[in-house]
Write a protein that binds this ligand. Structure first.
Ligand SMILES: NC(=O)C1=CN([C@@H]2O[C@H](COP(=O)(O)OP(=O)(O)OC[C@H]3O[C@@H](n4cnc5c(N)ncnc54)[C@H](O)[C@@H]3O)[C@@H](O)[C@H]2O)C=CC1
Ligand SMILES: O=C(O)[C@H]1O[C@H](OP(=O)(O)OP(=O)(O)OC[C@H]2O[C@@H](n3ccc(=O)[nH]c3=O)[C@H](O)[C@@H]2O)[C@H](O)[C@@H](O)[C@@H]1O
Length: 417
């Protein structure tokens, strides 16, 4: 969209085939239109053969850095493999740009790998801050652009090359922060840690509201008026999930431990525990309203994606709660406007439907776990005609309590008495 000629390489042939047709292999609002445009006019070519990158001057590495199977640390094998695969194709003056979220120290290690194979190529660490569901806008209109570069003229030249890539945003005055490698890597994990901490802070207040009889939404509104605190990322409820915040705070903790600075970020362990307690509390609340046992009871779960406007179910709080209820013997049916196909793969033992009314039919309790507009706009009168019992648990403070109670529903929410 910024007028560059781009070659995209992925090892997943199915994803590549979909992209080549101008169709994203995931749901992201606004992305398909943009993709179809650039594929049609030849500005984006995609393939599985890395040799296609020969002749490119700037090489972005944006592969996954998931949590390792056997520890809290990040699994860097995809980043290592992607960088290795580029090495034979690097030319003098090329810039390799790390975008993946990595433990501090990774850039310096990879810079040595790049430097050994192509002495005149330079590695820049350029973390990504986009949010799923807002990826197009966040990419075209970033809040800031951060470059981690090596000291000296090579770093300055590489930054200038990258400036040409980001010219559209930079010319509009988007701040550009030139830093060393560790600072750039830490900026990324610090930002995600702060966001996760904000969410767990308000969820800790929600726990207090529950026992003291307060209302956490009102509390968030009130403290959010203080400009030093701000209202954003203070939505209490089922907590954070997805492919980033949970694994990033864990990887940060693991890396800090390795560096002997574990104590500095020990609070992130608490952030994670508060977050997990929200899921447990939702299961408890469902059990409580069903009279002490969920076994054999029909539970309608509204939401499978980790957030609205996404079909991503990685570490989804909603799907996790659905699975826990299923394991406890409930007859669970999950619905989601976009994430049923991805959720089915992850939780094949649960029942799914794309039809909201089918999900509601005969339910003993309705759980709203992802705040899609379709669920916010649900008519409580119509919903009440479909269910067996009018009990709703609002896991995201998405519903108008008064309207639901007026329609005869018993309404319960996390963080409200
Ligand atoms: N998803 C998001 O919203 C954001 C993600 N990030 C970071 O960006 C990175 C990527 O995240 P996602 O896109 O969510 O991961 P993902 O796992 O959804 O996608 C990674 C892609 O890399 C491909 N891949 C793996 N090895 C490869 C190789 N050697 N060569 C070429 N392609 C290869 C995979 O097939 C896959 O299509 C992670 O480090 C993440 O923390 C940062 C900001 C936002
Ligand atoms: O590193 C990443 O990959 C990205 O991680 C997050 O983006 P994302 O995971 O797409 O989604 P968020 O909007 O941050 O939401 C994360 C989770 O927190 C939850 N959340 C968010 C806000 C809030 O107030 N309360 C709350 O529970 C959401 O429901 C969701 O489960 C960050 O917001 C991005 O800046 C970052 O680039």
């Amino acid at each position: 969209a910024s007028g560059h000629e781009v070659v995209g390489v992925d090892v997943d042939a199915e994803r590549v085939a979909s992209l080549a047709l101008g169709k994203a292999p995931f749901y992201e609002p606004g992305f398909d239109d943009l993709l179809a445009d650039v594929v049609r006019d030849g500005r984006l070519r995609v393939g599985t053969d890395v040799s296609e990158v020969a002749g490119c001057a700037v090489h972005f590495v944006c592969v996954g850095t998931p949590q390792a199977a056997d520890s809290a640390a990040a699994d860097l094998r995809f980043v290592d493999a992607a960088v290795d695969s580029l090495l034979p194709h690097l030319g003098a003056g090329d810039v390799v740009v790390g975008k993946s979220t990595v433990p501090v120290g990774t850039a310096e290690r990879l810079a040595a790998v790049v430097g050994a194979a192509a002495p005149e190529a330079v590695l820049v660490w350029n973390p990504e801050f986009l949010r799923e569901g807002h990826a197009v806008d966040d990419t075209l209109h970033p809040d800031r652009i951060v470059y981690g570069v090596p000291a000296g003229p090579a770093g300055v030249r590489a930054a200038e090359r990258l400036d040409a890539v980001y010219e559209a945003a930079l010319s509009r005055g988007v701040p550009r922060i030139l830093a060393d490698y560790p600072t750039a890597e830490l900026v990324k994990v610090a930002a995600n840690s702060f966001l996760a901490t904000k969410i767990s802070f308000i969820n800790a207040m929600a726990e207090l509201c529950e026992v003291a009889g307060g209302d956490v939404t009102q509390l968030a509104d009130a403290i959010g008026h203080d400009a030093r605190i701000g209202r954003s990322f203070l939505n209490a409820g089922l907590g954070f999930g997805g492919g980033c915040l949970p694994k990033d705070i864990r990887a940060f903790t693991a890396r800090a431990d390795e560096l002997g600075a574990g104590e500095a970020v020990a609070f992130l362990g608490e952030v994670d525990r508060i977050n997990n307690r929200r899921r447990e509390r939702m299961v408890e609340l469902a059990t409580e309203v069903l009279g002490g046992s969920v076994s054999g009871r029909r539970v309608a779960v509204l939401g499978a994606a980790f957030k609205p406007e996404s079909d991503d179910v990685r570490d989804s709080p909603a799907l996790d709660v659905a699975a826990r209820l299923g394991e406890a013997g409930a007859d669970v049916i999950v619905t989601d406007p976009r994430a049923v196909p991805t959720a089915r793969v992850r939780q094949p033992r649960l029942a799914f439907t794309e039809d909201l009314e089918v999900a509601l039919a005969g339910a003993d309790v309705v759980l709203v776990l992802t705040e899609w507009r379709q669920f916010r706009d649900l008519d409580p009168v119509r919903a009440g005609e479909l269910v067996a019992r009018r009990t709703v648990l609002d896991g995201r403070h998405a519903l108008d309590r008064t309207a639901w109670e007026s329609a005869g529903w018993r309404y319960r929410a996390l963080g409200r008495a």
